[in-house]
Design a protein around this ligand. Structure first.
Ligand code: G
Ligand code: G
Ligand code: MN
Ligand code: NA
Length: 256
């Protein structure tokens, strides 16, 4: 509860920053997109990990104003990159919590942000967890409306949740992001179980004609094996860490 109060102040004082982690095309090596990831530099506590304050923001409801700020800032940033560089990324990925999807005005908010920033729906990928998909009819309607608007949806942390395969088929999702716990298992073929899940998710994506994205790639062996399994896209410390906007933009300036 104390953390929630400080987070409220931190948001008001502008202590939050958005970082961007590049997503690469593993076949061409080209930067394909970026995932926006929030960071909190507290004046006394120092760096507070989102793994700590995002759950707190979700419990307290602060995720709603925080998430609105993230969405608008990420879209403004993509518009700024588009203005600055001749060739940029295809889209920006924004994590959206189920609490935000339950807000009745969320679809209108997305439409307003796109219109204000001069982006088109195609420029935005919303990352949701599998548990959002099974939250209930209201959230499903919201996701359906976003899809009809042309905003693309990625299922984050895929493989850890409980969405059924039949739901996945009926659901307007555009990408599966394999959870990094499965990528961690891909070293020396050490963990057959996690390797099998990684391969199965790639095949599922292929059969359903979805993009397969691997996250948390930390070494070349993981990258090679994931690409061979069918992961066309990936992100991870091997290629780039989450970066301040200016550093991420500098990488874009080099993209042909
Ligand atoms: O950036 P990092 O890997 O430390 O993030 C930890 C967790 O916080 C991840 O689960 C990530 O999805 C989540 N997270 C980071 N930024 C955001 C955000 O802007 N919104 C939401 N809802 N979650 C975020
Ligand atoms: O839940 P979500 O997938 O949104 O979280 C992404 C998180 O994963 C971010 O906090 C980001 O900092 C972290 N991350 C990205 N690449 C790597 C990596 O290669 N290794 C590790 N350990 N974490 C990573
Ligand atoms: Mn994510
Ligand atoms: Na993830």
């Amino acid at each position: 509860a104390r953390l929630a109060g400080e987070l409220r102040n931190g948001i008001a004082r502008g202590e939050l920053r958005l970082y961007y982690q590049p997503v690469y095309d593993l076949v061409t090596g080209r930067m394909h997109g970026c995932e926006a990831l929030v960071r909190w530099q507290h004046p006394v506590r120092g760096f507070v990990s989102p793994g700590e304050f995002i759950p707190c923001a979700e419990r307290s409801g602060l995720i709603v104003p925080l998430g609105s700020w993230v969405l608008r800032t990420a879209c403004e940033q993509l518009a700024a990159w588009r203005a600055a560089f001749s060739s940029t990324i295809e889209a920006v990925n924004v994590n959206v919590a189920v609490r935000q999807l339950r807000e009745p005005g969320f679809v209108d908010e997305v439409a307003a942000v796109l219109s204000d920033t001069g982006l088109v729906p195609d420029d935005l990928v919303i990352e949701v967890t599998e548990s959002s998909v099974v939250d209930g009819p209201q959230v499903r309607e919201t996701l359906q409306a976003l899809h009809e608007m042309g905003v693309r949806l990625a299922l984050d942390d895929f493989g850890t949740g409980q969405s059924s395969l039949s739901l996945l088929r009926a659901f307007p999702v555009h990408a599966l992001k394999l959870d990094k716990s499965f990528v961690d298992g891909i070293a020396d073929g050490a963990d057959r179980g996690r390797l099998a899940v990684a391969a199965a998710v790639a095949q599922l994506a292929e059969h359903l004609q979805l993009k397969a994205v691997a996250e948390g790639i930390e070494n070349q062996e993981q990258l090679d094996r994931l690409r061979d399994m069918g992961y066309r896209y990936g992100q991870g410390f091997l290629m780039a860490r989450p970066l301040p906007a200016a550093e991420c933009g500098a990488l874009m300036a080099d993209v042909p």
